[in-house]
Design a binder for this molecule. Structure first.
Ligand code: HEC
Length: 149
């Protein structure tokens, strides 16, 4: 019986309780990302978040080379695509953090090359803000998007 509960607890893990074992980002080389466990039933929001993570890693790499690529994903969709927990997405705090995040994305895209690092860091801060409040699991992974000090 005890084991049955452990199994249930394991399968009940949502994207927000994702553990480091499921998605390992190697510390010293943030370019090396192992794919998340392919659960096949990830929500549209979870898939969009994974794409955001991938694009951010790419930005990070290019910014470190002195470039400033634009963010190309249509991120306004974070408010409309289907989520694992729709009530969370419909909450006032999700809407507020989502708006703050989209503003940071816009500021990043509009920033001159000389401000790319600051603008990128502010954008990652907004990922962390929403996640810290609503979805703490992936913060371990998101933190690795920060530029080296
Ligand atoms: C407004 C709130 C909010 C913002 C901003 C936000 N996230 Fe998320 N994120 C969520 C929620 C809620 C989920 C769970 C999605 C689901 O399961 O439907 C999630 C899920 C994730 C996941 C796990 C996806 C999976 O594999 O299941 C990752 C990784 C992630 N976000 C990265 C990011 C990154 C990187 C940023 C910034 C570029 C970001 N998030 C910005 C709320 C947010």
């Amino acid at each position: 019986m005890k084991y049955a509960w452990i199994l249930i607890a394991f399968f009940a893990l949502t994207a927000c309780t994702e553990t480091e074992e499921q998605t390992a980002v190697v510390d010293s080389t943030p370019d090396v990302v192992l794919p998340a466990a392919n659960d096949g039933d990830a929500s549209e929001l979870a898939l969009l978040m994974r794409q955001m993570f991938e694009e951010s890693l790419d930005l990070r790499r290019k910014i470190l080379k002195g470039e400033k690529p634009e963010i190309s994903l249509d991120l306004a969709k974070i408010h409309t695509v289907e989520a694992t927990e729709p009530e969370k997405q419909a909450s006032e705090s999700y809407k507020a953090w989502g708006t703050a995040f989209l503003n940071a994305v816009k500021l990043y895209n509009e920033a001159p090359l000389s401000q790319s690092k600051e603008a990128y860091t502010l954008m990652v801060d907004q990922c962390m803000n929403c996640h810290g409040q609503l979805c703490p699991g992936p913060t371990v992974k998101i933190k690795k998007l920060y530029l080296p000090k």
